[in-house]
Design a protein around this ligand. Sequence first.
Ligand code: AMP
Length: 393
Amino acid sequence: MISLAQLDLNQKRVLIRVDLNVPLQNGKITNDARLKAIIPTLKFALNVHACVILMSHLGRPEEGVYTEALSLKPIAERLSILMNQPVRFVKDWLEGVEVKPGEIVLCENVRFNIGEKANDLSLSKKMAALCDIFVMDAFATAHRAEASTVGIAQYAPVAAAGLLLSAELTALEKALRDPKHPVVAVVGGAKVSDKCLLLGSLLDKVDTLIVGGGLANTFIAAQGYSVGGSLLEPTFIAEAIALLARAKNKGVQLIVPIDAVVAKTISETAETRISDLTDIATDEKILDVGPKTSQLIDAIIQRAGTIVWNGPLGVFELSSFENGTKRVVDAIANVSAFSLAGGGETLAAIEKYGVSEKISYISTGGGAFLEYLEGKTLPAVTMLEARSTLKAD
Ligand code: AMP
């Protein structure tokens, strides 16, 4: 890929696709991590007198329909505070954007345009015509082939990777291509059906794979235990058996919880108890890993050279079931191993326990992070690679 750092951006119209898809509640931004993550790219471009145009999506509007609740306007305001300079918001931009060197313009939600999701050719060409240089910095949207991520990169005069995109890929490569061993992956979360591909792909890359959370129940059942009323996907038991067998054949340690915190209902006031796997009643649910499991995980993390983490180990949103997740977060935060975390609820857990400074790299990507770990190629990255050698069509 061409990096924006290799290019002469002076006075050029530099259109940067960023991911400003931040969580909003009643029009207020509840987490601005994705805004902070693009600041290095913006400062780099502004310092060399680029004319900066930003594009992003927000939520999932119906194409062709303007929805005020999904306007990027409040995001322009927050970004301007973070950048300490005005961020001019433009609602209608497809026919052309006026922008001066050193200025930042933010275009309204790209997903209001018909053809964005389908990576429509004429929309892509129109977007590409807005710039001299296209910079892809939306790692979190790099797994989607849309007009503003892939089509534009195909038709822009020059297409390059931004600093955030490069940093994300470097962190993923550090963890997976040439990592310090032992490599330990911790995968939690709700459903095994969502993460089967991920688990299978990680088995080829790690020395130890630890499963926790709701998805571990299917592995517990695969070992012949009854999981009572726990979240279970019976149709995936065969898959779990196959993964356990594959791990054994490959000499990969696959760690399944050995005890659990159980309760009859998922509520803060539910009576809880710690249970061995042989002892779970039919009306009980596994809602967290137990203390013996946490101790085992702690010991593995202490010895790790590299740690990849996705997904909570229990229903961490409720204090009765947060211990397993809290302990794994603390363990990861307090070792010197290179640690990489990402994906949805993982970031919420890191934030809850206030350890973000102690994780080596926290990905801004949810789906993109997981798809990369699953071994899939990210279409926007593939296009940037293609554009490193090809001229625009
Ligand atoms: P995911 O988006 O797949 O990472 O799943 C995250 C969700 O899994 C969190 O909201 C947790 O509350 C939930 N979760 C974790 N462990 C369990 C469990 N044992 N039973 C039910 N849900 C769980």
